[in-house]
Design a protein around this ligand. Structure first.
Ligand SMILES: *Cc1c(COP(=O)(O)O)cnc(C)c1O
Length: 375
C-alpha cells in the first residue's frame, strides 16, 4: 500500500489567502499576513516578540548574530541534531562543543552539561527532539549560574509544552521551522521568538538588513539607515499568507496527528518484547506528534525493517547522523565519545506520519513490522 514518509498537508485556504495578499499589492516582507502570523504566536503562546523568517536556519543565524557570537566563543550543541543548529554558530566563528543525548531520549543530556562549560562558553542550544521538551529547569539554572544564553531550537516543537510552559518561550531566544516536513508548514519558513527584552530592538534591525526600517514604518523615526549588521531574513507576505491558512487550522492539524501517533503507540506495544523501544514522553513534557519513531536493537535490524517496508511501498527513514562524526567536523572534534547520540544515529527509525495518513495505512505498516519480527 503506497505510503510516503511525509505528505505536506494543505488546509484548502492557502491559495485564497495568497490571492488576498497579491491583491493587496504588497507582497514584500512584513506585510499584513506576516503581522497576523506574528500576532498569533505572541497571543497564543505569550512569546514577547516574534519575527517570521525564511527558515528556522535563518532564525538560528539571527540568534547567533544577536548573541554576538564570535571567534573564540564556545557554544554547546547536541550532536544528534540537524546541521543548521550548529552551522549558524560556526558561521560566526564559534567553536561547537558537542553534547550527548540522554540514554533513553535523543534530547540533550542535561546531567552531562555542566562538565562541558568553560570560561569561553557563551550559549547552550537545545533541540526539543520530536517536539518533546528538554529538561529546561536544569538547563536554565545552569545558564543562570554561569551567565550563559539559552537558545531553543524548537523547529519541531510547535504547540508543545514543558511543565505547562510553551516550548520556545523558555530560552532567551528560540527558533521554529515551517518547512514542509513540519506539523505546520509553508514550504520553507521559520520564526524567531525573542523572550528577552534586551534583544527585541536589535532583532528587528538584523531582520531588515541592518537597517531601522521597521521603526521607520511605525513612524517612530523620520528616516532610516544602516545601523548594524544584518541580512534579508524576512519572508515574502505570500509565504506568510500560506502560513496563516495553516495556523488557522492548528488545532485540527494537531488533533489528527496526535490521534495517529497514539494509534501507532498502542498498536506497536508488542515490539517491546523484541527489545525495540517506543518513544517516551517524560512527565514534564507534552507530545505534539511531530514524529513517531522506533529505537531498534541494531543498525542491521533497522536496515531490515526499512527494506521490508520498502518492498511493500512504505517509506520509512532514519534520521540524524551525529554531527561530531560528520565529514565536515570529524577531523576537528576533540571531545569524548558520545555514545547515546551514536546509538540513535544507527538505530532510530521514523515511521510515516502526516495529516492524511489513514488507519488502513497504519495497520498495513504495523502488520509489515510485525511480520518482520515474527520471521
Ligand atoms: C527542520 C529543522 C531545522 C531546519 O529548519 P529549516 O526551516 O528547514 O531551516 C533545524 N533544526 C531542527 C531540529 C529541525 O528539525
Amino acid at each position: 500500500m503506497y505510503t510516503p514518509f511525509n505528505k505536506p498537508y494543505l488546509t484548502g485556504k492557502e491559495t485564497f489567502y495568497i490571492e488576498e495578499a497579491v491583491k493587496s499589492g504588497k507582497i514584500s516582507g512584513n506585510g499584513m499576513f506576516t503581522q497576523k502570523c506574528q500576532a498569533f504566536f505572541e497571543k497564543e503562546y505569550g512569546f514577547k516578540k516574534t519575527l517570521l523568517t525564511t527558515s528556522c536556519t535563518d532564525a538560528l543565524e539571527m540568534s547567533a548574530i544577536l548573541l554576538n557570537i564570535k571567534e573564540g566563543d564556545e557554544v554547546i550543541i547536541p550532536s544528534y541534531t540537524f546541521v543548521s543548529t550548529a552551522n549558524a554558530f560556526v558561521l560566526r566563528g564559534a567553536k561547537v562543543i558537542f553534547a550527548d543525548s540522554k540514554p533513553n531520549h535523543p534530547n540533550i543530556d542535561e546531567t552531562k552539561l555542566e562538565s562541558l562549560i568553560t570560561p569561553k562558553t557563551k550559549a547552550i542550544v537545545v533541540v526539543h527532539y520530536a517536539g518533546v521538551a528538554c529538561e529546561m529547569d536544569t538547563i536554565m539554572d545552569l545558564a543562570d549560574k554561569y551567565n550563559l544564553f539559552v537558545v531553543e531550537d524548537a523547529a519541531q516543537a510547535i504547540d508543545s509544552f514543558y511543565k505547562g510552559k510553551p516550548l520556545g518561550g523558555i530560552g532567551h531566544l528560540s527558533t521554529f521551522s515551517f518547512h514542509e516536513t513540519k506539523n505546520i508548514q509553508c514550504g520553507e519558513g521559520g520564526l524567531l521568538a525573542i523572550n528577552d527584552d534586551r534583544f527585541v530592538e536589535r532583532a528587528e534591525i538584523i531582520w531588515e538588513k541592518g537597517t531601522n526600517r521597521s521603526a521607520f514604518f511605525r513612524g517612530e523615526i523620520d528616516k532610516y539607515g544602516w545601523v548594524d549588521i544584518g541580512s534579508s531574513f524576512l519572508p515574502s507576505d505570500v509565504t506568510a499568507a500560506f502560513l496563516w491558512a495553516q495556523l488557522e487550522s492548528l488545532e485540527s492539524i494537531q488533533a489528527k496527528r496526535k490521534s495517529s501517533w497514539n494509534y501507532y503507540k498502542e498498536n506497536l506495544q508488542f515490539l517491546e518484547a523484541y527489545g525495540v523501544k517506543l518513544p517516551i514522553t517524560p512527565e514534564y513534557a507534552t507530545n505534539n506528534a511531530h514524529m513517531f519513531y522506533l529505537v531498534c536493537n541494531s543498525i542491521e535490524e533497522r536496515s531490515g525493517i526499512i527494506a521490508k517496508l520498502k518492498e511493500h511501498d512504505v517509506s520509512s527513514v532514519f534520521h540524524y547522523l551525529s554531527l561530531h562524526k560528520s565529514p565536515f567536523y570529524k577531523d576537528q572534534y576533540e571531545g569524548n565519545e558520545l555514545e547515546s547520540s551514536d546509538r540513535f544515529t544507527s538505530t532510530l527509525l521514523r515511521l510515516p506520519l502526516f495529516y492524511e495518513l489513514s488507519k488502513e495505512q497504519m495497520d498495513f505498516v504495523i502488520d509489515k513490522i510485525r511480520a518482520f519480527y515474527e520471521n
